[in-house]
Design a protein around this ligand. Structure first.
Ligand code: 13P
Ligand code: SF4
Length: 364
């Protein structure tokens, strides 16, 4: 067993209460040298230690604005990469558990996106006609791909403005990895469903005919979030039969059918703000990750907040960050040792920053 694994194992044996104490002491010792960013899907035992909480856009703005020496990201891998890209070279981005990835982000990679781009080139020149847009839930080298090809990044809170930016420059958009965010956003902007095609990265030419590509305005990557695909329109129908007055709010990673049946659609931060501002006594059916829905339920006892699916569906990778891993990284930092640093190779970081800056300059 490696020395690092042995060290983590020692923390794994500590109780949550012991870890909470270590975290509090390390935070006090590090003071302003440290900020902890916590995504809304984090479990409460971790979330409570965050200096800033939010959705991907809000947290990336905090990472960009921070002066702290250490940015500990309680979230998933692509978020810590964004923090590294947006921060100064002397700042250090840390992910408490390196196995905290995002299964949706893994559905697109540099090889299959580059391959798609070249296959599209057999029909028309993508560098003339297509703006590549990657959801922030993607690896840094895909963000760099967008930077190199005149493209941009989006999050769930600014996708509409980003697509407008893309369409102002070129007539088509290649949107990866989440087909649902792409479809839901483009449809709301007035792009018809028959102007959208799904690029199946397991098939030659994405499984599409040249005429389909020529007609398409949106080329949607066949990726999805395994958590949000659990929500189904029938869950909404069944719930509303019992409680017809229910307001439905969903994350745009949910399917088109679920979003069509929702009263409100938006990022995790938007969901928090909307329910927080709602009148007492209102009833909400929420299509997003369970830790967030449970927290909303506790935060707003004057409202009825329900989880959309009958089965439990947590984001297992967000859940990987536990008090034990957080205590381990902070204890090491307090002792002057950096563990689990996330460092994006320079060339990728340069082009990814270009695409991120295009997004951050938009008025959202
Ligand atoms: P938000 O940017 O809305 O927080 O979404 C991140 C995410 O991964 C949702 O699954
Ligand atoms: Fe990725 Fe889905 Fe988890 Fe969000 S909820 S981090 S998209 S796997």
């Amino acid at each position: 067993m490696s020395a690092v694994a042995a060290q983590i194992n020692r923390y794994a044996l500590k109780s949550d209460a012991e870890c909470q104490q270590i975290i509090i002491e390390a935070k006090a010792k590090l003071g302003e040298r440290l900020i902890i960013l916590g995504h809304h899907y984090q479990r409460d035992e971790v979330y409570q230690h965050a200096d800033f909480t939010g959705d991907s856009l809000k947290l990336s703005r905090h990472a960009a604005a921070s002066n702290a020496e250490y940015i500990v990201f309680c979230g998933v891998h692509f978020m810590a990469e964004v923090a590294d890209i947006l921060s100064r070279p002397d700042q250090i981005s840390i992910l408490p558990d390196l196995a905290a990835g995002c299964s949706m982000a893994d559905m697109a990679n540099k090889v299959n996106v580059q391959h798609a781009w070249e296959e599209i080139r057999s029909v028309f020149d993508p560098d003339q006609l297509v703006t590549p847009v990657t959801y922030i839930n993607s690896a840094a080298d895909l963000k760099a791909f967008c930077g190199r090809h005149g493209g941009i990044i989006c999050t769930s809170s600014n996708a509409r403005h980003v697509l407008e930016w893309g369409f102002e420059r070129r007539e088509k958009i290649l949107f990866f990895p989440d087909q649902h965010l792409g479809r839901n956003t483009a449809y709301k902007m007035g792009v018809a469903l028959d102007e959208m095609v799904v690029w199946d990265f397991d098939k030659p030419m994405g499984g599409l005919q040249p005429q389909q590509l020529q007609k398409a305005r949106m080329i949607l990557w066949k990726g999805f979030c395994s958590v949000h695909q659990i929500f189904k329109p029938e869950h909404i129908d069944r719930f509303k039969q019992q409680f017809p007055e229910t307001l439905v709010i969903s994350h745009p990673e949910c399917s088109f059918e679920v979003c069509q049946k929702s009263d409100f659609i938006g990022s995790t931060e938007y969901i928090v703000k909307t329910i927080s501002a709602a009148e007492a006594g209102t009833r909400w059916l929420v299509g997003t990750e369970l830790n967030l829905v449970n927290r909303l339920n506790e935060l707003f006892p004057d409202k009825q907040v329900h989880f959309m699916a009958p089965t439990v569906c947590m984001c297992s990778t967000m859940f990987r960050t536990d008090p034990q891993h957080l205590a381990w990284v902070l204890d090491n930092l307090a002792a002057g040792k950096v563990v689990n640093r996330i460092s994006v190779p320079q060339e990728d970081a340069r082009f990814a920053l270009m695409a991120l800056n295009r997004m951050l300059e938009l008025p959202v």
